[in-house]
Every structure is written in C-alpha cells, then in structure tokens.
Design a protein around this ligand. Structure first.
Ligand code: SAH
Length: 347
C-alpha cells in the first residue's frame, strides 16, 4: 500500500504530485495541516485524479465513541499492519484538548497502567502521531463539540506509549504541530515516566513546550515497585533533569500523581511529594486511579483523597485534584487498550 500523505514530510509533498505545479503542493499542504478534511474528495481545489489516488490517512478509524454528554470522544485507529492507535478528545469551555498516542503499546510496564501491562507493539512514526491531531481537527470541522473551540487548541502526549522513548518521531511530530499546524508550543504537553536523556534533549529544543512528569511515588523504594524504569533513572536524577528543563525553557514542569488506595495516598508520600514539587516550583495534578482489568490498584475513597490534598497544601504544594473523563468508554488515563484486549479475549 502507498504511503499516507502524512507519512511524507511537509517539505517533500511534491513527490506525491510529480506532474503538478508547485502551487498544488501548497494547496495539498494546507488541506493536510491547516484545514484538514476526513475525505480527500472534499479537497475541492485539487484535480480529481489527485483526489482519487491520494492516500490520506495512515490509519482507519475503527471505533469512535463518545461520553460525558458528547464532550469526550475516543477513536481507536488501526494501521494497515494491525497496530492500534488511540486518541481521546476532550471539550472544555475555552479549550479543546486532544490526548494522543506516541507508540502502539508501551514498553515501560508500569504496574498500574493497562497499556503498560499489555506490552510494546511498535513506535508510531511522525506522520501517525501528527495525523491524530489532523484527524481530530477534520472531525471537529464536520461535528464540533458544543460550547468548545472547533479546533484542537491543546495536545497532550498522555495516550498510549512513552513519547521520550520514541524521540526522533516525537520531535518531527512536534515540529509539524508547532511550525506547520501552528499550534502554540506552550499548549503542547509531553508527558513522561522519566526518560532522563529524553527530558534533557527536549529541554534543548527551541520550543517552550510543556513537560509533565508522571511521578506517582516520592521515594525510590515505592517508585521502583510501580515504575520499573525508576531502577534505571532514580528519583534524584529525575528531579535534576526536571530542574534542567525548567532552567532551559523557563517552563515550570507539572507533576502527575495517580492516587492509589493504600499505595501512594499516605501522609508520608504527601509530605515528600510536596517537597519535590516545591524544589521544582511544579504544579501537582492529582487524579484517582482508573481501575482496569489488568491492574490491581484501586482508587482511594473520597475522604482519603481529601486528606491527601489537605496534606499536600499543608506542606506548601501547589496541587489540583482533577476529575477523570471518559471512564465509561475506557478512555480514561491508563485505560486505553482495554477494549481491544477484551475483544481479543486476552484478559
Ligand atoms: N508514558 C507517558 C504518557 C502516557 S500515560 C507517561 O507515563 O507519562 C498518561 C498518564 O496516565 C501518566 O501520568 C500515567 O502514569 C497515567 N496512568 C496510567 N495508568 C493509569 C491508571 N490506571 N489510572 C490513572 N492514571 C493512569
């Protein structure tokens, strides 16, 4: 099968239109990145034979589901080789946020994450990463979320995969989002479990991108049990890399904390977390564990959540508790991949 137009660099799109004048290449680039459409037939200013032969998307939308009264939408895309790619779109009052995948599956094996338990399939290429944003923009154009911007305004790399373990493709996808789609670097957030060399490389890029660190434990002893990568890149070095990112980019990092009942919801963890957050001047985002069939951890009760948040603020941390979205369509953090699993009977 021929390459999708997103799998060709925006600078080399001419190779897809060998017999066409150069303004056609500009028109195609606009259709792909500036005002994408779901169907190439709608690229109305391009000649019919171009529209008929163009392979637009690198994947097919296999499942589209919505939740939260239509304000959350999830897509399961399938690449021709069978790899699954999931994206979740969330409409808010002033922003429309797309959560995208950087890999099919994930090699990090975090014990509380369904994708991590499923294992690694393959890296996504830059075209497959950026096409998730273009696809969401095309879908929003035909069917916006009422009360939210009709374009993706924010992108978070919090779907499947560890983006900093796929650096070259991540970098090219960021380049296209920022320089070609024209998304503000500040509204794109890369989330990592703590791939230290990747954090340092990202800090040296010319963009004021957001960085979220999935911390989840504030000492090595506990973190080693939740996040195997911590044994390679321990906490003190991770905090040092986060500080480097802050110094280089001027952007405060954010800390993600998935609260797990009886695991990391103690006063002791709150105090240690508050100390790390203050060192980094970081904001802490706390969410409750989304239970999955592949993982053992559970969400704490309301009272334990409140106590944890109180402890954090007592110790001077800047923290927000966030309600999760999309739980009923398995679109919440750490739940991606569940549907595929149960359908394939692998659970
Ligand atoms: N690999 C990257 C991005 C993917 S996960 C990272 O680790 O940051 C996005 C976020 O969801 C991470 O903070 C991750 O720790 C969190 N997460 C994973 N499984 C979860 C679960 N079952 N419940 C709640 N959050 C989860």
């Amino acid at each position: 099968m021929s390459q999708s137009a997103y799998q060709v660099s925006p600078r080399e799109l001419g190779t897809l239109l060998p017999d066409q004048p150069s303004y056609r290449v500009d028109q195609l680039r606009e259709w792909l990145y500036e005002h994408p459409v779901l169907d190439p037939a709608d690229m109305t200013n391009l000649p019919g034979d171009v529209r008929n032969t163009l392979r637009l998307w690198p994947f097919a939308a296999e499942i589209e589901q919505s939740a939260d009264g239509g304000r959350t939408r999830k897509w399961l895309f399938r690449a021709p080789d069978g790899a699954s790619i999931e994206s979740v779109l969330m409409g808010y009052e002033r922003r429309t946020t797309l959560c995208i995948s950087s890999q099919a599956g994930c090699a990090m094996a975090c014990t509380f994450c369904a994708t991590g338990q499923f294992g690694f399939e393959r890296h996504l290429d830059a075209g497959e990463i950026v096409a998730q944003v273009a696809y969401a923009n095309a879908a929003l154009r035909s069917r916006p979320i009422a009360g939210s911007p009709a374009r993706v305004t924010n992108v978070v790399f919090m779907g499947m995969g560890e983006p900093l373990a796929n650096y070259t493709n991540l970098r090219e996808s960021l380049h296209r989002m920022i320089e070609v789609i024209d998304l503000a670097a500040r509204s794109v957030t890369v989330s990592t479990v703590g791939v230290i060399p990747g954090i340092r490389r990202l800090a040296d890029e010319p963009w004021q991108i957001g960085l979220a660190i999935s911390l989840h434990a504030a000492d090595d002893e506990l973190r080693n049990t939740l996040i195997p990568l911590n044994t390679r890149y321990p906490l003190a070095e991770l905090v040092e890399a986060a500080r480097y990112f802050f110094n280089r980019t001027g952007r405060r990092v954010s800390i993600e904390w998935t609260l797990m009942d009886g695991v990391n919801d103690t006063a002791d963890q709150a105090e240690k977390l508050a100390s790390i957050a203050q060192q980094l001047r970081a904001h802490v985002n706390v969410i409750a564990m989304n239970p999955t069939p592949l993982t053992a951890q559970q969400a704490p009760g309301r009272l334990a959540i409140d106590d944890f948040m109180k402890e954090l603020s007592r110790h001077g941390a800047n923290a927000t508790y966030r309600e999760t979205r999309g739980q009923e369509i398995d679109a919440a953090c750490g739940q991606l991949r569940i549907r595929g699993l149960t359908e394939e009977g692998e659970t």
